[in-house]
Design a protein around this ligand. Structure first.
Ligand code: IPD
Ligand code: CA
Ligand code: CA
Length: 264
């Protein structure tokens, strides 16, 4: 497989998709809901996913595509090359703020993350990584992450997990919030992973993420030495929804060991 060629192809496709999104702000956006009233989707999310899929199917007919909006393939096994795409991660930000959203793409071969991309469209920050080739923000190589103690760490976490919820003991999570240096919540898992990769966040935690939220980011953070697992410390399965943490070494063990108690 010529990964260099696929890397160049994917970068150019993502840049073109970013341009389409920016241009779309000139027209009225159609907003719909999915599973619940706060689970939003727009015609642009769908248009961008279809844009990727038509190009990938034309140029790589034997690759499969797992996309959030469901225009890709039914993927139930890791075999072969799979493009895992979130056309707009942070749709609520896209609608409410017209910024702080990203295109997220990971390209996997037999379950191994080979290429990862997060494009923060409005900031024009492009995070990318090739397996074993390091991670970059635009042209700048991102340094490897050093260990950081919890009391000096800034953690990406959504406030929902400090409220009673069905996934995790929220009082322990409140202890985490209290004992770290600070918390941030950006409303886009992909952007939060980009921040972990560049050291702006020291860890990012969520109780429920889908493959397309983290496929690109996992490759990128892995290249700078962050650990990515589910909240039981197991390798995250790239085909199902579940809990997720990405953190600097050391911090990963502290958070899972002392602050996360899953309910089932
Ligand atoms: C969402 C964002 C959000 C995360 C949600 C995701 P979407 O993705 O990444 O930050 O907390 O779990 O579903 O719906 O905007 O693509
Ligand atoms: Ca998403
Ligand atoms: Ca999305």
């Amino acid at each position: 497989m010529d990964w260099g060629m696929i890397d160049r192809y994917a970068k150019s496709l993502i840049k073109e998709a970013g341009h389409r999104i920016r241009v779309s702000f000139a027209r009225e956006i159609q907003i719909d809901t999915k599973d619940d009233a706060n689970d939003l989707v727009t015609d642009i999310d769908k248009d961008i996913e279809q844009f990727f899929i038509s190009r990938i199917r034309q140029d790589f007919p034997d690759h499969r595509i797992l996309g959030e909006e469901g225009f890709g393939d039914e993927v139930s096994s890791n075999e072969g090359v799979i493009w895992i795409l979130d056309p707009i991660d942070g749709t609520m930000n896209f609608i409410h703020q017209k910024r702080n959203f990203a295109i997220s793409l990971g390209i996997y071969a037999d379950g191994a993350g080979m290429l990862g991309y997060i494009y923060d469209v409005m900031a024009d920050d492009f995070y990318h990584a090739v397996r074993d080739g390091g991670a970059y923000r635009n042209d700048e190589r991102l340094p490897r992450l050093e260990r950081t103690p919890l009391n000096e760490a800034v953690i990406g976490i959504n406030a929902s997990w400090v409220c009673p919820n069905r996934y995790v003991d929220h009082e322990r999570v409140a202890g985490l919030v209290k004992n770290c240096r600070g918390t941030r919540s950006y409303g886009s898992a992909a952007i939060e992973l980009a921040h972990v990769a560049s050291g702006r966040l020291d860890a990012y935690i969520s109780m429920r993420l889908a493959p397309w939220d983290i496929a690109g980011g996992s490759v990128i953070v892995g290249e700078v030495g962050a650990l990515t697992t589910d909240l039981r410390g197991r390798e995250h399965d790239m085909l199902t929804k579940g809990t997720f943490i990405a953190a600097r070494p050391g911090l990963h063990e502290t958070i899972l060991g002392e602050y996360i108690h899953l309910k089932s």
